[in-house]
Design a protein around this ligand. Structure first.
Ligand SMILES: Nc1ncnc2c1ncn2[C@@H]1O[C@H](COP(=O)(O)OP(=O)(O)OP(=O)(O)O)[C@@H](O)[C@H]1O
Ligand SMILES: [Mg+2]
Length: 263
């Protein structure tokens, strides 16, 4: 069983009497522990896709299983619980709370959930250490660089130990070297903490540093380099030979639409 099983996902927006078909029959599996990059032109639907996978937005049609559970059958409370417990979000802007220190920002999702305070702060400090920010724990966002702020946001997204991390252009506001630093950290937390991650980026080089690379185009999600995958090019396959053949195929406490997930 894959961690995420998306089947025949459709999503359109209606604006001023016009329909924009953004996701057109997307079917895809993401295995536990995968690290996946997602590239594609602006407006292709990458954020829309992440919102659907992150249960922030419902599709018009299609199903998603998360750890085997049918997600879009859940009521709002169940969805919020799944999202808060299992999914971490990082966005292009860090959405840190300016009046709180780095360590307070990282601990916040745990504190909001009334987790043990001592443990929340211990976990937050551990994560900041991992991000190389041990010495910045008492800084407020205004006293951090852009790259540091984004690392704090990444630590915050991880403090509740999510199964899945969804990152929407986390390096979009950063210079290339700092962007690479963030991607190196993403690879590290994927490897060391086992968190499954989908990372949207416009940077082809950063995308290629991820073990599995997907591209959004014309409403579909496909392998970014189908020529490397042979016949598997038809279905968002990962670079293994036994990949299943699939059909054609972003506020309170944080960024828009998230609850206390720390995104
Ligand atoms: N709330 C909305 N109402 C109407 N149309 C929308 C809405 N949100 C997004 N769209 C449209 O859906 C399409 C996909 O948007 P989306 O934000 O998913 O693209 P994206 O791939 O993330 O682009 P970018 O790389 O610029 O972030 C775009 O054409 C956009 O204009
Ligand atoms: Mg986007």
């Amino acid at each position: 069983m894959a961690l995420i099983e998306l089947r025949n996902i459709f999503k359109s927006y209606f604006l001023h009497g016009k329909r924009i078909d953004v996701l057109r029959d997307v079917s895809l599996d993401i295995e536990q522990g995968e690290l996946v990059s997602l590239i594609g032109p602006s407006g292709a639907g990458k954020s829309t896709f992440l919102h659907v996978v992150g249960t922030l937005d419902a599709p018009a049609a299609g199903t998603m299983r998360f750890e085997g559970r049918q997600v879009f059958d859940m009521n709002d409370a169940e969805l919020a619980e799944l999202r808060n417990r299992s999914i971490g979000f990082v966005f292009q802007s860090h959405f840190l709370l300016p009046e709180f220190t780095a360590v307070e920002n990282v601990a916040m999702p745990a504190l909001v959930r009334r987790a043990d305070r001592t443990r929340a702060f211990r976990d937050a400090r551990e994560l900041l250490d991992r991000m190389g920010l041990g010495a910045r724990a008492e800084h407020r966002p205004g006293e951090l660089s852009g790259g540091e702020s984004q690392r704090v946001a990444l630590a915050r997204a991880l403090v509740l130990k999510p199964t899945l991390l969804l990152a929407d252009e986390p390096t979009g506001n950063l210079d290339p070297a700092t962007g690479e630093q963030i991607h190196a950290l993403l690879r590290e937390v994927n490897r060391d903490l086992g968190v499954t991650a989908i990372v949207v980026t416009h940077n082809e080089e950063l995308a290629r540093s991820m073990p599995r690379q997907l591209r959004m185009r014309d409403g579909s999600v496909r392998p970014a380099h189908p020529e490397l995958h042979g016949a598997a090019g038809e279905g968002g396959a990962r670079p293994t030979t036994d990949a299943p053949t699939l059909p054609d195929g972003p506020t309170p406490g944080g960024p828009p639409g998230t609850d206390d997930d720390g995104g």
